[in-house]
Write a protein that binds this ligand. Structure first.
Ligand code: OSB
Ligand code: MG
Length: 368
């Protein structure tokens, strides 16, 4: 098949609430949406790069640049056998989020061409996946307790609490005291170091957390391994895992016990499956993380999370948790803590093209 046309758009999406992590906060996403057209089929994907290089080095602007300068010009007009393997510029290093936007759109294209859902194309057969919610750093412990209570009442099966030095040990004990049995975990987004913060990290070992996500540097696999030897709470890696090679290294070094897979962070579905398979073989559970996606990106996360190794609830929350109104229909809405996996062709949800077009702040079209 031949990709005839590609359209890249940026739309602003205001979050219903400010979302703060240890490296900074977000009020609105600058979402990058990609459309590929091929023999009457239209595929959609979302590039999940952040507004700032505070999570990984990629940003909305670097991804836009790499996509429009190299990836999309090479993509249009080329013949492909299987949409699941779109790698238009094999020599291009890094920039996994930019590459993933194309790789994942290829999966939607292939699924729609075969008239099957993304989940089916992945070989998964679960009809719903367990989900949780990620809570940004709140101004006060009381505000956090209120949020936790609300989300537990809504049925979320994992409550992830963002932490940073000074908003950690005491805050987590307050949550644990108030909700003795709640499935809570912490995510530090690399805010700690082993030599400075070991005792603080060990103090958090007593809160019966499901896991401690990415406590140390995004570049320090060895220190995560040394930390895991000294705490009993499972360490979960997020930023540290940028490829299947990183996952193999983490497994080899025992740099944790759990991996959070975000398909954008690792370059798409292909690498996500490779990481999933390596973890299943090693006996490590995985779960699907989130990047505050619109419904387009969320559809990919839900499909990926339907693979069997995704045994821990993902950061895949209701559309309403993020947006006043999502850009797809139907919106994502869980039932009893489970997100139904769309079963229509491809991503299984329909982007509201008219509204997206009206919201678009920049757009480039590539034609064969
Ligand atoms: O570390 O998982 C993270 C959002 C932006 C950047 C990093 C992270 C997050 C989240 C949000 O935790 C999860 C979601 O999309 O609900
Ligand atoms: Mg994280």
């Amino acid at each position: 098949m031949r990709i005839q046309r590609a359209v890249i758009r940026e739309i602003p999406l205001e979050l219903r609430e400010y979302f703060e992590i240890s490296s900074g906060g977000t009020r609105a996403r600058r979402a990058v949406l990609l459309t590929l057209e091929c023999e009457g089929v239209e595929a959609w994907s979302e590039c999940v790069a952040g507004e700032t290089p505070g999570y990984t080095y990629e940003t909305t602007d670097t991804a836009w640049f790499v996509l429009t300068r190299w990836l999309l010009p090479a993509l249009v007009g080329t013949e492909f056998e299987d949409g699941r393997r779109l790698h238009p510029v094999p020599w291009l290093r890094g920039h996994p989020m930019a590459r993933a936007a194309i790789e994942m759109a290829g999966w939607d294209l292939e699924a729609k061409r075969r008239n099957v859902s993304l989940a089916r194309l992945l070989g998964a057969n679960r009809t719903a996946v367990p989900v949780g919610v990620s809570i940004g750093i709140q101004k006060t412990d009381d505000a956090l307790l209120e949020r936790v209570e609300g989300f537990i009442a809504e049925g979320y099966r994992k409550i992830k609490i963002k932490i940073k030095p000074g908003r950690d040990v005491e805050m987590l004990s307050a949550v644990r005291e108030r909700f003795p049995d709640a499935p809570i975990m912490a995510d530090a987004n690399s805010a700690y170091t082993l030599d400075r913060d070991l005792s603080r990290l060990q103090a958090m070992d007593h809160h019966d957390l499901m896991m401690m996500e990415q406590p140390l540097s995004h570049e320090d696999m060895l220190d995560h391994s040394l930390l895991q030897e000294q705490i009993s709470t499972p360490v979960c890696l997020d930023e540290s895992i940028r490829s299947p090679g990183d996952a193999r290294l983490a497994l080899h070094l025992q740099a944790g016990r759990i991996i959070n897979i975000k398909p954008g962070r690792v370059g798409g579905f292909g690498p996500s499956i490779a990481i999933h398979d390596a973890c299943v073989e090693a006996g490590w559970p995985v779960w699907c993380g989130g990047m505050l996606e619109s419904g387009v990106g969320r559809a990919y996360n839900v499909a990926l999370a339907s693979l069997p190794g995704f045994t821990i609830p993902g950061d895949i929350s209701n559309s309403r948790r993020y947006w006043a109104r999502d850009i797809v229909s139907p919106e994502f809405e869980m039932v009893g803590g489970m997100m139904p996996v769309p079963d229509g062709p491809g991503i299984g949800v329909t982007p509201d093209v008219e509204r997206i077009e009206a919201m678009t702040v920049r757009k480039e079209v590539f034609e064969a």
